[in-house]
Design a protein around this ligand. Structure first.
Ligand code: GAP
Length: 567
């Protein structure tokens, strides 16, 4: 069912999922607060994701600052390239993303540069949506929030627009922690910031949002994947950049080079499976491949997991092959050794490039430090020095720029036990807020004004509603006891003793609570309570002491009828 996103957002506000932040001061578009139910739903999604990536797949979770000094984002390319194109109304000053205004005028306006967008908008006579005023020529706008670290002039810094860079700059530490073996992966779950040009679509385009990002570091010449064998015959709906959209088996997709390699295909599958596990509707999911011109500056291949929602098809996750772009960029800019070491089975006589320091030039330039600079140069990977007019190295914790005349990259025959390699990165990057919005959209169902959120128990913010039929005659105490047992067993529960039972069911259905337990006068006679299923409205009676056990079985997927043994 295609639903009105405003209807969903108003339910979210009314029932305590989320609302515009700083509302009492007029709110700021692109910033949202999560209320108790939203925070719980978000935590459940994030914890389920950790279970998959950290526990099942063995990624290492790290946590880095959200603010970083400029050189980090200069190296990553974000300072120069992380831009959108906007136009401004010359009358009312409203701003718009130029590619959004060009929707429907080109198959993929996001792939166009500012010049082409300007021509397209002009040719179609596009004016300000608010006041029909004239629009300026399109201009590029960097989406990072700029700040400074420290008093006075301070150091230029940015709020991170992705968590990924934290994993790249920490490659050496995490590689060492993992006993220096490739492949390995690191993850972060945390906030990211983008100064979006004109966010008008609820949770879809936020200026502060949450990401769950995984960076898998692999051997640059080996993108086969052991886990691929287990999933190769699964199929996913793909929209490739060339050829027709189709549902295709993973092994066929890799063989036909629709998906570039096994690792990318495996992590696309894992992403798809995660989406299904938390309850997204398979009929409204697809993977769309980026056009070459649409791809982020760091990616060599990228597929977006998209969900169809009230806003149309929206991107929830990007799964990209980032190649060696980021690690190499940080090697080049920082001079740090961010390489992995590939040990050969036996030492080999090889002809290879080496970085050879020139003491004749280093001495006069670096004086007492020349020896240490030479040692740092010898540690550089030849790729990071070849053809460069200068390189950065670290000496006694200080960054030193070394001009090309101080070293040469030359071929040498040597007996070596291994070689340094710059790893490639496969990155599944999830937006938590969009995932959450799509989940709510797909779970929303309405019949004769009766709203039910059919959230899966795995993610539902409240698992059980507990109701005493009357808030008296000891029924309230029994209900409180059941509530305590449930929360003690780890099930988020909600005790509700006001209004008719029908109203209470409706309140729980509207926020996606899968089960309700009612204590009535029979409970006092035979010790049983009613358990009611949200989706079937089916009810069964079981012993009140057995409620936590029953909910545990239901969460694991048992049907209500299986509770007969607990009567
Ligand atoms: N590290 C890769 C990266 O940042 P991205 O495609 O720019 O890739 C990843 O972002 C995910 O983050 C998107 O698929 C989307 O779910 C989410 N996302 C990006 N910008 C967002 C925004 N302004 N508001 C909410 N979510 C956003």
């Amino acid at each position: 069912m295609q639903m009105d996103p405003q209807e969903l957002l108003s339910l979210c506000k009314r029932r305590g999922f989320l609302w515009p932040a700083y509302d009492i001061y007029g709110a700021v578009s692109g910033l949202y607060d999560y209320g108790p139910l939203g925070a719980a739903l978000k935590n459940n999604i994030e914890n389920q994701w950790r279970r998959l990536y950290v526990l099942q797949e063995g990624f290492y979770e790290i946590s880095c600052p959200v603010v970083a000094p400029e050189p980090v984002f200069k190296a990553s390319g974000h300072v120069d390239a992380f831009c959108d194109v906007y136009v401004e109304c010359t009358s009312c000053g409203e701003t718009y993303r130029a590619d959004h205004l060009a929707a429907g005028m080109h198959p993929n306006p996001a792939s166009l540069g500012e010049h082409e967008l300007g021509k397209l908008l002009k040719a179609n006579g596009v004016k300000c949506v608010e006041c029909k005023g004239e629009l300026t020529e399109p201009k590029r706008f960097n989406l990072m929030f700029k700040t400074s670290i420290g008093a006075g002039k301070g150091k230029t810094a940015y709020l991170r627009p992705e968590t990924a860079q934290g994993m790249f700059v920490n490659f050496a530490q995490v590689y060492r922690y993992g006993r220096e073996r490739l492949p390995f992966g690191a993850v972060q779950v945390g906030r990211a910031f983008r100064n979006e040009i004109s966010p008008r679509q609820g949770l879809i385009r936020l200026r502060e949002f949450s990401m769950m990002e995984a960076e898998l570091f692999v051997h640059p010449e080996d993108k086969t994947w052991p886990g691929f064998r287990k999933v190769k015959d699964r199929a996913m709906p793909l929209v490739p950049s060339k050829g027709d959209p189709r549902t295709i088996r993973l092994d066929e997709a890799v063989k036909a080079k629709v998906i570039g390699n096994e690792v990318l295909a495996y992590y696309m599958w894992l992403t798809y499976k995660f989406a299904l596990d938390i309850g997204l509707d398979p009929a409204r999911l697809r993977f769309r491949q980026h056009e070459k011109t649409e791809m982020a500056h760091y990616a060599s291949d990228c597929w977006d997991l998209e969900a169809e929602t009230g806003y149309g098809w929206i991107e929830l996750v990007g799964v990209a092959d980032r190649g060696c772009y980021d690690v190499q960029a940080h090697i080049d800019h920082s001079g740090a050794d961010l390489t992995a070491f590939e040990r050969f089975d036996e030492p080999k006589e090889v002809e290879q490039d080496v970085v050879k320091p020139d003491f004749g030039e280093l001495g006069p330039l670096f004086k007492g430090k020349a020896k240490k600079v030479a040692e740092a140069l010898s540690r550089l990977s030849p790729e990071s020095a070849k053809g460069k007019d200068k390189v950065m190295v670290e000496v006694d914790g200080e960054k030193v720029s070394v001009p090309a005349k101080c070293f040469e990259v030359s071929r040498r025959k040597e007996k070596v036990s291994g070689r340094k390699i710059v790893p490639h990165v496969i990155e599944p990057s999830y937006g938590v807020d969009r995932m959450m919005f799509a989940l709510l959209d797909h779970a929303y169902s309405k019949k004769d004004d009766y709203v039910t959120l059919r959230l899966k128990p795995l993610v539902a913010p409240i698992k059980v509603g507990v109701f005493p039929l009357m808030p008296k005659d000891g029924l309230d105490e029994i209900a409180q006891g059941i509530y305590n047992d449930l929360t003690g067993a780890g099930f988020d529960s909600y005790l509700d003793d006001s209004g008719s039972i029908g109203r209470r069911y409706a309140r729980m259905d509207e926020v996606g609570t899968p089960w309700c337990v009612t204590v009535d006068y029979d409970t006092k006679n035979d010790g049983t309570v009613t358990v009611r299923d949200r989706d079937t409205a089916e009810q069964t009676r079981i012993k009140k002491e057995k409620v936590p056990k029953a909910i545990e079985a239901l969460v694991k997927g048992a049907g209500l009828s299986s509770l007969n043994t607990l009567r």
